[in-house]
Structures are given as structure tokens and as C-alpha cells.
Write a protein that binds this ligand. Structure first.
Ligand code: GLU
Length: 487
């Protein structure tokens, strides 16, 4: 097989989107698996909507996910430049060829004339398209238009009566009638190329072997094929991957959750979890396994197993996967990620002492098992910082009224007071001793102490909570919530 050369070619008109990054990932995986090359090209010919800020966001998001490019903007390569606005001369060269061979022509129609034509077609119930008014202008007619001050666009002359078949790796053979297309613009009146034209020149000159992109571009492909053929350029293989839908099966949008990669980063998702999740949006592995590292994905990914039907974005599944990855990750890393959220919430000071760090790490260790994303840490740690503890509901309040409570709390408080140091091991011991000495079941001891200390019936292990609170706070809370005088 020819060497695989694939590209991700985003338009920098906003932050990197979930759909976009899934295309990037599939291209990347194919390249890595085959020892091929993954290219990042920036399609910035829409000057009004493109910005360097978006380009930076796209690159940062890709790097954060570990999707590095072998060739492209910033890193360079033999087929650069890799930003379309820096390639205008190349496009010009091929436009000249298309004009010379009659595959393209200048069109001088004004916006108003085109609109009139559109309305007329719609009134007849026909598909609006360009009807070719300027197809066969004489040099004199062109000159006259120019004298009127009209600025031409360049249109591609679509052959009549052709059946154009896109041979798609995911969707099979998809046929389009050329008569439905209409001569389309390849260079705008400001001299900039349109997407459908520039993409062909770039993919051909960059020797792209496979074009893997979103399904929404399938209808552009016949136009692109016509340009390849008119210029005698080698065609790549196409694979159009399905749309991503929300759980309600409508197109993924802000209503379904965050749509840009950076939002997930900001909420404290782990890049490896997001990559794992994105890979499963449309691709299905052979076995039942759902946890894949990037290396495993590179080994197992195959375009044959990319589904034709839409992928459904399930936030619960992402949260489950991310929670799984968080649990597998060393507490040090999760603590580093959690600290900014804890500072922002006022739980930690802006500048941390080594003791603050130590405390943060203990807190994170206690709640790590419960986090769907690291930003959620702030919802789980109030128990450590609250000034006043109240039972969360009637059930919790009832626990504090159980008859053994005064005995339990008094004995446990005495043990805490007498303890040299409170750490996981010693706290476990004190709890055990309390239930043994009072001949009570574990629950009769743990539950009142838990509710007295946190107000809640569920949460992190008591032997994690107590060392974090420390002696003073433990005694103060036990007394405050039970009304017992523990001095
Ligand atoms: N710039 C296009 C986009 O962002 C690229 C499409 C393609 O991959 O051909 O949608």
C-alpha cells in the first residue's frame, strides 16, 4: 500500500469542537497505525470568520489530547506552507490552468442578478443553482463588464449529464448527478479560493492518501472530484464519518453539554479519558473492552469498524469513563489538577504552604473515588470546610437520635482526645475499639459518627475524613451536632 498521508484541516473559526477533534483523532490513529504521516493544515480563507486565536485554541487542544502532528503549521514539512492564506500563489497557478483548458470561467453576475435567478427557480419549484449565464462570454462582453466596474468570480464548469460516484470507505458508493450541482465558485471576487477548490489543490499537492472527515462534507465531494479530474490529479480515498448526535438524537449542540474541547479541559476531564471516549464515538472495537489507551487505539483502530449510522454523545458515559481514569491516576496528579478549583472556591489560599499542599492531597485522596471530573471536587469537599454541620435530611437527623449515640460519641471522643496522632490506621483502630467495647455493630458506631461529623449518610471513608479534620474540629463537630458536652 502507498504510504498513508492524512490530514486534519480545520477552519479556525472557533474553538476546537468535539466533532472536529474526533475527525482529527481518526486520522491520527490511521497514521500512527500504518507508520504514516499526520498533517495539520489550517483552512483560513474565510478571512472574516478566521482568527489566530482560534488556530491557537485548536493547536492547544490537540496537543493537550496528545494528538501531535508530523507535518503542518508550526512544525513545517516538505509540502508547506500549511496555512491556506500563505498558499495563494499555488491556487492561482491551478486556476490559470483551469481557465486555459476551459474548465473554469469568469462570472460577472451581481448579487442582485443571482438572487433574482434563485427566486425564479424557487418559484418554479426547482433547486436553486447557477444557470451558467456567464459560461460563454466573448472577450468583448467580459471587457464591457469590467468597464462597468464588475469584479468577477471564477466558476468551475460542471459537465452536463454526468453521474459522479464517490467511493467511500465508510458509506460505500454514493452517486451524484452533475446536473444538480450548477457551476460553483472556486475563486471569490476578492481573489481568495473557496473551500471546495483549495482543499483539492492542497490534498493533491500534499499527497494526501485518505481524506477522513465529517459526513457533512460528503455532498462537497463530487465537486472536489470534478476538480481532481479536470486537473488530472490523483484522487485520495474518502471516508466520511457520521454525525455526532445528542442523546435525544438531534445534532450535537450546546444543549447536550459542552461542545468544545477546551471546556472539557477546564472542567477537569483527563485527556486520556476524552480520547478514549472520542474513539468510541463511531468506531467499535472487536471485543467487549471499552478502556483503551492511545497506544492501544493506535494498534486496534480500523476504518472497517467505523459505523455508518450516527454516533450518540452520551455524557453519562464520558463521566463514567473519566471517573474510571481519575481513580486509576496517582493522587499527586489529581491533586495538582484540583488545587486551582479549591483556590477558586476559597477553600485554599492563593499561595500554598507545604502543609496546605499536604492537606489538599489528603482531601483529594478522600474524594478521588467519587469524582466524574476533577472540577467536581468542590462539590465533594464542603464537609471538610463547613463551619456548621447539619444533618442533610430527616433520615440523617434520625440517626443522631438513636439510643446508643451518646455512649458512642462520648467514648469515641475520649479516644480521639487521648490519641497521639490521627491517621488512617489509628482512626480505624479507634473506631473498631469503640464498637467492641460497647458491644455494638459497626453501623451503630460508624453512622452516627459520620452524620455527626459531616451531616451526611454517605461519602468518603471515616478513616480518611477524620485525619483531615484533625482533633479539634472532630471534637467540636461531635459536640455541636449531638449537643453533648464532651469536655
Ligand atoms: N476546513 C474544513 C472544515 O473545517 C475541512 C473539511 C475537510 O476535511 O475537507 O470543515
Amino acid at each position: 500500500m502507498e504510504k498513508v498521508r492524512v490530514r486534519f484541516a480545520p477552519s479556525p473559526t472557533g474553538p476546537l469542537h468535539i466533532g472536529g477533534v474526533r475527525s482529527a483523532l481518526f486520522n491520527y490513529l490511521l497514521a500512527k497505525q500504518t507508520g504514516g504521516t499526520f498533517i495539520l493544515r489550517i483552512e483560513d480563507t474565510d478571512l472574516e470568520r478566521s482568527s489566530r486565536e482560534s488556530e491557537e485554541n485548536i493547536k492547544d487542544s490537540l496537543r493537550w489530547l496528545g494528538i501531535d502532528w508530523d507535518e503542518g503549521v508550526d512544525v513545517g514539512g516538505p509540502y508547506g506552507p500549511y496555512r491556506q492564506t500563505e498558499r495563494l500563489e499555488l491556487y492561482q497557478e491551478y486556476v490559470d490552468r483551469l481557465l486555459e483548458t476551459g474548465h473554469a470561467y469568469r462570472c460577472y453576475c451581481t448579487e442582485d442578478e443571482l438572487e433574482e435567478q434563485r427566486q425564479a427557480l424557487l418559484a418554479k419549484g426547482e433547486m436553486p443553482r447557477y444557470l451558467g449565464n456567464c459560461r460563454d462570454l466573448t472577450p468583448e462582453q467580459e471587457e464591457a463588464y469590467r468597464k462597468e466596474g464588475r469584479k468577477p468570480v471564477i466558476r468551475f464548469r460542471v459537465p452536463e449529464g454526468e453521474n459522479i460516484v464517490v467511493d467511500d470507505l465508510v458509506r460505500g458508493q454514493v452517486a451524484f448527478e452533475s446536473d444538480g450541482i450548477g457551476d460553483f465558485i472556486i475563486v471569490k471576487s476578492d481573489g481568495l479560493p473557496t473551500y471546495n477548490y483549495a482543499v483539492v489543490i492542497d490534498d493533491a499537492l500534499m499527497k494526501i492518501s485518505h481524506v477522513i472527515r465529517a459526513e457533512e462534507h460528503l455532498s462537497n465531494t463530487p465537486r472536489q472530484l470534478l476538480i481532481y479530474r479536470a486537473l488530472g490529479l490523483a484522487e485520495p480515498v474518502f471516508a466520511h464519518i457520521s454525525l455526532i448526535l445528542g442523546k435525544d438524537r438531534t445534532k450535537m449542540s450546546k444543549r447536550h453539554g459542552s461542545t468544545s474541547v477546551v471546556q472539557y479541559k477546564e472542567q477537569g476531564y483527563l485527556p486520556e479519558a476524552l480520547v478514549n471516549f472520542l474513539a468510541l464515538l463511531g468506531w467499535s472495537p472487536e471485543g467487549e473492552e471499552e478502556i483503551f489507551s492511545m497506544e492501544e487505539l493506535c494498534r486496534q483502530f480500523s476504518l472497517d469498524r467505523v459505523a455508518k449510522n450516527p454516533a450518540v454523545f452520551d455524557l453519562d458515559k464520558l463521566n463514567w469513563l473519566n471517573g474510571y481514569y481519575i481513580r486509576q491516576t496517582p493522587v499527586e496528579r489529581i491533586t495538582e489538577m484540583a488545587i486551582p478549583y479549591l483556590i477558586k472556591e476559597g477553600y485554599l489560599p492563593e499561595t500554598l504552604t507545604p502543609e496546605d499542599r499536604e492537606q489538599a492531597s489528603k482531601i483529594v485522596a478522600a474524594v478521588q473515588g467519587y469524582l466524574p471530573y476533577v472540577g467536581a471536587v468542590v462539590d465533594h469537599v464542603q464537609i471538610f470546610f463547613a463551619d456548621e454541620i447539619k444533618p442533610e435530611n430527616e433520615e440523617a437527623a434520625a440517626v443522631l437520635k438513636e439510643e446508643q449515640v451518646p455512649q458512642v460519641v462520648e467514648l469515641f471522643a475520649a479516644k480521639v482526645k487521648g490519641a497521639e496522632e490521627l491517621e488512617t490506621g489509628s482512626v480505624k483502630k479507634l473506631l473498631k475499639e469503640t464498637s467492641k467495647e460497647l458491644k455494638l455493630k459497626g453501623r451503630q458506631v460508624f453512622m452516627p459518627i459520620r452524620v455527626a461529623l459531616t451531616g451526611q449518610m454517605h461519602g468518603p471513608e471515616l478513616h480518611d475524613i477524620i485525619p483531615i479534620l484533625g482533633k479539634e474540629k472532630v471534637l467540636q463537630r461531635l459536640s455541636q451536632t449531638t449537643g453533648l458536652s464532651l469536655s
